[in-house]
Structures are given as structure tokens and as C-alpha cells.
Design a protein around this ligand. Structure first.
Ligand SMILES: [Zn+2]
Ligand SMILES: [Zn+2]
Length: 369
């Protein structure tokens, strides 16, 4: 099912696990007292900031008047562009998002207007990454400024914010998104890497070594033979932890993780401990590994666009259960025990192959040529 073979207008209709997709927070530095902020999403943040600042053409017209901008922070690890757009929309509109409500259904960020102060926006995003359904995605946070990190850290003891979920990493990279801030941070040289080459090459090298060994593979959960490992990469898993060669049926591992999860808020686990290496592994990383094995390499380059209509369109999809984005990974070739709510696939689901009903082909991972 080659993406090019399908005719569509919306960029949302295609899906593969992207190499990189992030939501970002900009703040204007037009004057020392500037407070303007902007939230967006992109597969390439170091390129995107240049668009916002007018260094390269193409879009970003909304930010024309408060240039220059600095990228303060990103949240990355989105399993699809659609997921990033949904997150972006909720970050922009926390006062109306149905996912940012307390147990009584009251908005966590009440008011009639979109929040615009950086302090509030950092609080919103910290709440979001710790809230369902965003906790089912393998998200991570990077700060590019001391200001963003400080605002984040001052929220550590805030009782109104849920604790950060296991497996979420938070890094300060004061080199800036493009590596040109002149400050010392993580030691990175150059812009933030968006290729996913490190994960993909090491994962595929491990995979090739397993195949070359010729040994018969087994599911680390049910202990049965895993003879479809090579022919059906999307039905099987290889532990994403470096050095661990544990393999499993996708459905077995998903069921195992869900059974260990204290509160079953969805049909998709956040992750769990690998039964062999005991490392906590994120379900999104397991899915990414399967997708890369299926494709034989990294995903196709994702084009950035400035189509605000995509974001606005997502607003109408916000009522969907975002947790469903990762659900089809539970489609089981046999038991069907992860089929869940078949009725839960509406507009959003039809658009995103991750959310197709069990049994339908869930990916459009390209084979590398
Ligand atoms: Zn199994
Ligand atoms: Zn492992």
C-alpha cells in the first residue's frame, strides 16, 4: 500500500511512525520585555525556527510581527503527525480541551482565552505529558533555555500537577535547537538530530545479528516459538534496550504490560519491564522498532508545511480517544483479545492507520530503497 498510490488532499491521511515529530514553544525576544509566545509542531525544529524568524521563506506568517523568536522547549516522540497536531491543539487550548479536566470534569486551566504567558504554557505542557492519554505516547522533553527549565522545575512540588510518568526523559540542551546559542548544554554539536538513525541502525544491527545466528526464536512471554518474527515484523517485537535480544509476540507483550499496569485507563500500555532485561521499555519504542524492521530502515523524510488548516482540523477530532492512536498494535493474528471497543474508531481513527480496527493493516512504513 504505497502512500503515493493513494490520492488525497490532506497530509493527515498518510501515516508512518515519523523519525521525529515535536511540538515546540517559542518566545519572542523582539525586545527585552517581549512576552509573545507561539506553539507549533514540526518534524524539523531547527529548520522551523529559521522559518519563524524569516531566515528562510515558506510560511510562518503568524509569527512575522514579533521576530526574532527563540525556541524555548520541545516535546518530542510523537507516534504520528496527527498525534503531534492533537497535542499542539490541546496545548494551545487547555481551557477547552476535554483531556485537561479534573475528576469532576472541570477545566484544569479555566478561562475564556487561550493562555499566552510562558509561565502558564510551561505549566500546561507539564500537566499534559503527565496526563492520559498523552502518557500512552513515548514523549520526551528538551529545554533550550534556562528560563524554560527554571519554570518547569519550579512546578516540581506543585500538588495540582501529576507526577511525571516513568520513562519520560527531560534534558537541558542550552546549545539551542540549532546548536548556535553559544551556550554550553548537553555537549551536542549542531542542530537537534531528527533522523532517528542512531536508534534505527542499532536496532536493525541487533535484528540482523539475531537472524544471522540462525537460532530458533521464542516469545519471551508465552514461550512459544516465534516463527513469524521475520515474515511479520509488525506482529512481533524485539526489545529496544541496547544489548537485549528478547523477542515476543506483539499481542503477548501488550497483554503482559497491560496486566501489570495498575489502572487500565486505555487499551494501550505506556510500557513495562522487559521480562528478560528488566528495563522499563516504552510501548511506543517497541512499536517504532517493529515499524523500522518492517521498513528496513528509517522512515521517509517528512515534509514540513505551514498548513494551519491541519491544526484547526484537528480541533474537531479532539473528542476522539487519543489513546486509540497506538491501539492497532494489539491486533492479534489469533486471539483477538486486544480488539477492544470496535465502535471507538470514528473520524480520527479512519484518518490514522494506527487506529484502524483490529485486523486491518496499520502501517504505511516505506521500504527503504
Ligand atoms: Zn507469545
Ligand atoms: Zn529487554
Amino acid at each position: 500500500m504505497a502512500a503515493a498510490a493513494r490520492k488525497t488532499k490532506s497530509t493527515l491521511d498518510f501515516h508512518q511512525i515519523p523519525n521525529f515529530y515535536c511540538c515546540y514553544l517559542l518566545k519572542s525576544v523582539r525586545t527585552t520585555r517581549a512576552t509573545a509566545t507561539y506553539i507549533g509542531s514540526t518534524p524539523n525544529p531547527s529548520r522551523r525556527i529559521r522559518q519563524h524568524n524569516g531566515e528562510i521563506s515558506a510560511g510562518a506568517w503568524k509569527t512575522k510581527h514579533n521576530r526574532p523568536w527563540i525556541m524555548q522547549m520541545i516535546v518530542h516522540g510523537f507516534p504520528s503527525k496527527l498525534a503531534a497536531l492533537q497535542f499542539e491543539w490541546a496545548w494551545q487550548h487547555p481551557h477547552v480541551s476535554r483531556h485537561l479536566r479534573d475528576q469532576d470534569g472541570k477545566a484544569l486551566f479555566p478561562g475564556t482565552n487561550r493562555p499566552r504567558m510562558i509561565k502558564t504554557l510551561v505549566k500546561v505542557v507539564r500537566t499534559m505529558v503527565a496526563s492520559f492519554p498523552y502518557t500512552t505516547w513515548p514523549l520526551h522533553v528538551k529545554f533550550f533555555t534556562e528560563e524554560a527549565e527554571r519554570l518547569w522545575n519550579t512546578l516540581s512540588g506543585d500538588p495540582t500537577i501529576p507526577p511525571l510518568p516513568i520513562g519520560l526523559t527531560v534534558r537541558a540542551e542550552f546549545e539551542g535547537v540549532d546548536g548556535k546559542s553559544g551556550k554550553v548544554g548537553s555537549g551536542r554539536c549542531g542542530p537537534v538530530d531528527v533522523t532517528d538513525a542512531v536508534f534505527t541502525s542499532s536496532h536493525l544491527a541487533k535484528h540482523e545479528a539475531i537472524l544471522a545466528s540462525g537460532r530458533r526464536l521464542h516469545c519471551v512471554v508465552c514461550k512459544d516459538a516465534l516463527d513469524t518474527y521475520q515474515t511479520k515484523p509488525l506482529d512481533s517485537t524485539l526489545c529496544p534496550t541496547p544489548g537485549c535480544t528478547a523477542t515476543a509476540h506483539l499481542a503477548c507483550l501488550g497483554h503482559h504490560f497491560l496486566s501489570l499496569q495498575p489502572s487500565s485507563t486505555g487499551l494501550v500500555p505506556r510500557g513495562g519491564e522487559c521480562p528478560r532485561c528488566q528495563s522499563y521499555i516504552l510501548w511506543g519504542d517497541i512499536a517504532r522498532g517493529s515499524c523500522r524492521r518492517h521498513a528496513g530502515g528509517v522512515a521517509a523524510h517528512e515534509l514540513d508545511n505551514d498548513d494551519q488548516s491541519d491544526v484547526d482540523e484537528v480541533a474537531s477530532l479532539e473528542s476522539e480517544d487519543l489513546g486509540q492512536v497506538l491501539r492497532p498494535l494489539f491486533r492479534s493474528s489469533g486471539s483477538g483479545m486486544f480488539r477492544g471497543k470496535e465502535g471507538g474508531t470514528m473520524a480520527c481513527a479512519r484518518r490514522d492507520p494506527w487506529s484502524l480496527p483490529a485486523g486491518e493493516f496499520p502501517f504505511s512504513c516505506p521500504r527503504s530503497s
